[in-house]
Design a binder for this molecule. Sequence first.
Ligand SMILES: *Cc1c(COP(=O)(O)O)cnc(C)c1O
Length: 439
Amino acid sequence: MKIFDEIESEVQSYARSFPRVFNKAQAEFLYDEEGNRYLDFLAGAGTLNYGHNNPLLKEKLMEYINNDGITHGLDLHTKAKGEFLQTFNEKILKPRGMEYIVQFTGPTGTNAVEAAMKIARNVTGQQNIVTFTNGFHGVSLGSLAATGNSHHRDAAGVSLNGTHRMPYDGYLGEGIDTTAYLDKVLSDSSSGINSPAAVIVETVQGEGGINAATLEWLRNLQTVCRKYKILLIVDDIQAGCGRTGDYFSFEEAGIEPDIITLSKSLGGYGLPFAVVLMKPELDQWKPGEHNGTFRGNNFAFVTAKAAIDQYWSDDRFSNEIKRKGQYISERLNAIVEQYGEGNFTTRGRGMFQGINCINGELAGAITHKAFKKRLIIETSGADDQVVKFLCPLIISDENLKKGVDIVEQAIKEVCAGEESIPAEIDYFDDQEEEQAVNC
Ligand SMILES: *Cc1c(COP(=O)(O)O)cnc(C)c1O
């Protein structure tokens, strides 16, 4: 459609990888204007954990709209907000023994991160926040200072202050515990590292290339934070809401962050919604200090509650994610072994996994080929070198297999420089010849 070239900004990104006009979606499928069906392994970059237009959530939303439920209410107390809080407390926080205050921020992830960093600084009176290599926390100025990616950072136009970067788990190679370095510099008054207010970390770095910290590293990080009385902020915007298998990605590590940010799949239906969870003693906000017109996205409260009721009332859904995650691990390991020629590696946890193809050209050729076979899948990492598997958590076993099969076929063809082989899968359709890329 010409209009996109005519007046839509050059800033668009995903649209460049998948140049179609989409107009319908259901569960793990997207449909373009011509009615072609695509399997969606991007899932709104982790926003559609419960699939597109999940019928169970849609029903509650339609009912709410039909009854003239509040759509916009600033931060007024609404029934929908109250019911969300009730459900979140009863079914998510309490069963996990978690006592947190819930702050509604503007509905984007980056705004939750801004609020989390602000409260940490205000409560401690310290400015510095420790962040990690390859971390991604959003692109507004505060959260951008915590983000590693130079492409995003260079767009800031002003200096990005108040953070200090430390090596993430694995950054210096296997067998090196980078929290030992953090411990060392914090113990040394001449290290040049200002005493921090907080550490902000992703348990699995999504945009940074599906780098999964080990559970031990996360525990060590918490130990260092406690030792120096530094607040631990877990940015669970992409890794949370079930992606790694549990509701929170840090549960498996048994750590207890002081502050948690959630967004992306929190609203459940793809509706914008973000919160900061903080230990009660940290809630030192004065009324309206951090505000925002859209802190009350009541539609998202309705679908967020419905998602929790439906999927998090017991551990069945969590067990399903872990089972599918195990399947993904096995398949990706086998693919890497067969086609990776010792170069490719797998990474991630739960249904948050990827294949590191070493370079962006190769990973891009694979996802491009996959798209021709009607699979939407993206890359991530500093050089876009990681093929990132992020399908909806509710995907059927059959379609999960199909998606992985498509990537496997794409890798095989890219590495061999083969023409696409039509297969029995209905969205395998292509016959384009392409150059071999070194695998
Ligand atoms: C996506 C993301 C953000 C930013 O969320 P936006 O809604 O894009 O502002 C922050 N942190 C993490 C870990 C993310 O994945």
